[in-house]
Design a protein around this ligand. Structure first.
Ligand SMILES: Cc1cc2nc3c(=O)[nH]c(=O)nc-3n(C[C@H](O)[C@H](O)[C@H](O)COP(=O)(O)OP(=O)(O)OC[C@H]3O[C@@H](n4cnc5c(N)ncnc54)[C@H](O)[C@@H]3O)c2cc1C
Length: 385
């Protein structure tokens, strides 16, 4: 069996490695270079706790999978380090949303618990003197160095016999008798394939449309800033979701990385950094942690989230075009979710059946539905479906 994967990000590379384990031939087509997309533009957080049972169950298994990525990539170290996260709550309504989730988290071994404001402030002392939290969720997490992980997968994929077509764009698929039979490249060649996988990240909607399949994915820009390093002053990764999605953590090198979302950010492919982002992030983060004002920003970058209306990925075969598979729509969680999703999709492509863990990631679930994209400014409402 021959497969072609479009996109050499964490998703495409992990899938190529997993397919080789099943003896499936794999070619990865990459328009730029491996890791050029969001897999080198993120902050590498791997968190067990999520807001729904399906995502929590999957994320716990996906977090466990990350601890085995070194074995899967031939002993290479993806620089995964265990830490905690503190999800800081600033409104009583937020507490009301998360408190009933405790039994669900316990059932799935999410290793997360709702805590009082005093515990939040002692876990993250830098929040003292800032906006007063009403509580928080503290739990186990990890941070992976995304570039190390991408490179580990890329090197191992080459060793495992995966072929690469780098610097050439896939423009669509060839269809024979109603089934995908190849990938068409921008240089005029066609690569024969029994299975074609759309792992094109922020361009997955664009590539699906080029294949004649409509998916509701939309890219939206997310930006990050990095400060000069300082002495260690916090270990957990901090997140807050209201009124604006924002987060910060200190890296092992002592830098602070931070980002705050613009609630008016338009959907679309945009990987450009903005000055506006710096002002917004400084203002919002300093309201929460005024002591961080001493740190100077030394660099910034931007990437996109490939979002879906229910903030769950698309993993599986498109029923309207047999042979075309989706591995996309991560909605900001691809580092966490992609390695396990790739393992399960590889089994499906190799004919070993569909794993029940993928039940809410069916790429055909939006057929016939009004797939209006959820307002990205309100994190919780994305889970109302
Ligand atoms: C600022 C930011 C912070 C993030 N933080 C986290 C986090 O903490 N934890 C987490 O789990 N996730 C996080 N994410 C999300 C995560 O980075 C992505 O979900 C993940 O990298 C997606 O990987 P991918 O392989 O699907 O896509 P990508 O890495 O984007 O790779 C897709 C590749 O496809 C190529 N491509 C596209 N179209 C074509 C074509 N037609 N032909 C050939 N090649 C093509 C692109 O060039 C690209 O290299 C973050 C994202 C951003 C932007």
């Amino acid at each position: 069996m021959r497969s072609v994967i479009v996109g050499a990000g964490i998703a495409g590379l992990a899938l190529a490695v997993e397919l080789r384990r099943h003896g499936v031939e794999a070619t990865v087509v990459e328009a730029r270079y491996p890791g050029a997309g969001n897999s080198s533009r993120n902050v590498g957080r791997v968190r067990r706790m999520q807001l729904t049972p399906d995502l929590t169950e999957f994320s716990c298994r996906a977090s466990d999978k990350w601890t085995r990525v070194d074995e899967i990539t031939g002993g290479r170290n993806p620089l995964l380090y265990p830490t905690r996260y503190v999800w800081v709550l600033y409104g009583e309504d937020e507490r009301e949303v998360v408190e009933p989730m405790q039994p669900m988290w316990d059932e799935h071994d999410a290793r997360a618990r709702v805590v009082e404001p005093s515990e939040v402030l002692s876990a993250v002392p830098v929040l003292q003197g800032g906006q007063r939290p009403v509580g928080g969720v503290i739990g186990d997490a990890a941070i992976v160095h995304h570039d190390a992980a991408v490179y580990a997968y890329y090197l191992f994929a080459r060793e495992a016999g995966v072929r690469f077509e780098i610097g050439v764009r896939a423009t669509g698929v060839e269809v024979t008798g109603g089934h995908v039979s190849g990938v068409v490249l921008a240089d005029g060649r066609t690569l024969p394939a029994d299975a074609v996988v759309n792992a094109a990240g922020g361009r997955s909607g664009e590539f699906a449309r080029a294949c004649g399949v409509e998916i509701p994915n939309s890219p939206i820009r997310r930006e990050v800033l990095v400060t000069e390093p300082s002495k260690p002053f916090m270990t957990p990764a901090v997140t807050f979701y209201r009124p604006q999605e924002g987060w910060f953590n200190q890296t092992l090198r002592g830098e602070l990385v931070a980002g705050v979302v613009d609630v008016d950010e338009p959907f679309g492919m945009n990987e450009e950094s903005s000055v506006k982002f710096l002002g917004r992030t400084a203002r919002v983060v300093l309201e929460k942690a005024p002591r961080l004002a001493e740190l100077r920003v030394i660099r910034q970058w931007a990437g996109v989230y490939d979002t879906t209306p229910d903030k769950r990925p698309l993993v599986g075969e498109h029923s309207e075009l047999p042979g075309l598979f989706a591995l996309n729509g991560w909605s900001g969680r691809g580092i966490l979710l992609a390695p396990l999703s790739a393992e399960l999709l590889a089994r499906e492509i190799a004919g070993l059946g569909r794993d029940p863990l993928l039940r809410s990631f069916d790429p055909n679930r939006f057929a016939g539905r009004d797939s209006t994209v959820t307002a990205h400014s309100d994190y919780y409402s994305g889970y109302a479906h």
